[in-house]
Design a protein around this ligand. Sequence first.
Ligand SMILES: Nc1nc2c(ncn2[C@@H]2O[C@H](COP(=O)(O)OP(=O)(O)OP(=O)(O)O)[C@@H](O)[C@H]2O)c(=O)[nH]1
Length: 464
Amino acid sequence: MPGISPEQQAAEWKLLLGQFPAPVVAQIRELATTHQSELPGYFYEQMLQDEQAMLFLTHEQVKSRLHGTLRQWIVSVFSMSDDDAALQALIAQQKQIGEIHARIKIPIHLVLRGARHLRERLFVLLRQRPLDPEHKLFGQRLISETVDLAMEIMSRAFSDAYDRNSRSEEGYRLFSVAQNIGIEQERQRSALLDWENHLMFDLAVGQLATQLPRLSNSEFGLWFRHKGAHAFQGSRETELILEGMRQIDEVLLPLFGQPAAGADADQRLQNLRLLREQTKGIIFHLDNLFEQANVLESGRDVLTHMLNRKFLPVILAKEVAYARQNERSFAVLAVDIDRFKHINDEFGHEAGDVVLQQLASLLSNHCRGGDYVFRMGGEEFLVLLVDVTQAHALGVAEKLRQQAAQERFRLPGEQDLQLTVSIGVALHDGHPDYQHLLRQADRALYEAKHGGRNQVVLARKLDG
Ligand SMILES: Nc1nc2c(ncn2[C@@H]2O[C@H](COP(=O)(O)OP(=O)(O)OP(=O)(O)O)[C@@H](O)[C@H]2O)c(=O)[nH]1
């Protein structure tokens, strides 16, 4: 469903401001500006009484940054400018906040709760002003409607981003169930045809209906009920396949055991046709499902077969949640080949590709089963080490650096070469937004490059 455009939203905001007398608008602007420093403190006090909110707010850097950003938000939302460009910037800001909330998975009710506290505090501050009652009423309405409009835009962006993330998560679920979709498709197709062959043979030798092989207990049926239906959850085809299996097992197969049906050859032929059609229908839906899954399979980099960026947000968000729930930590290593351009220039692009493949294998061979290796693009990789301490992460990074330096990379034409890598290490420190961690690792990598390359640098804490 197409949403309303930023221009429309700006026009609505403008309309809202136009409903209020200019002195009231000016008073509310002044009220918010005067109390901008005190309001975030009040917000914190209220929100920290909620256990769920604490999870998102207690991180030290969130705390120190949020004070500043909340203050800015209050000032800009109540700036009351009706200039088109300013309003569009304001709308873009609300959207960006909504997207961040979706990324760190803050429940929307907590955001609304925070907004309610701010609104109520502004009401109290307004009541303390020596204004006539009518102005106060207008002022309250203006505060309310302004906060509501900001929340509406924020929530819309939140739910759009949330839907996008969920689709990506869905893709990841699929991806993790069937690593090689092409092979799985062939396997399941032939399992289904195997069942059909057995059935035809049993029917030909006059097996009793109760002894005929049931599709849901066949190799295919078991796979589909336990894995396929989960991997393809929510799609229409899944429902159709489950229903097709039920029809075959519970309606069609019992017909073959009835003496009357056995006696009537035409009827038996008709039942056989129905059976064949149902089976063909299941194959058709299965092919459709796999075709859709193929599109999603591109979660891997073609050259190195490592993960590409596609599922990085899903995996990082999952690890942030895991670390929070289990009080564990994880680390990201930004790994970059030193002077890779020289390798390409000297040995050719094809040799460069081979080097990338061998480095990818080296990285994944030195990781554990639960770790992840991504190719971020070019000659940069990202290694995610799960369940680690800082010392362990640094140890692994140092080992990877040494292994890369010792390795003889084999090139086409019997040549070989040696290379070095620089690594930036960042340990998840409880910050709910994974982008923060990626920025830290990138900065550490930058330092490693500028410090002379072929080294591991641990990220320093960032202020922003
Ligand atoms: N062979 C090959 N080269 C690639 C690929 N992707 C990017 N590159 C090359 O990687 C090189 C990266 O060069 P730079 O970003 O200058 O970095 P660098 O030479 O590694 O230098 P530092 O990172 O500063 O040590 C460029 O020459 C790209 O063309 C690829 O898929 N295959």
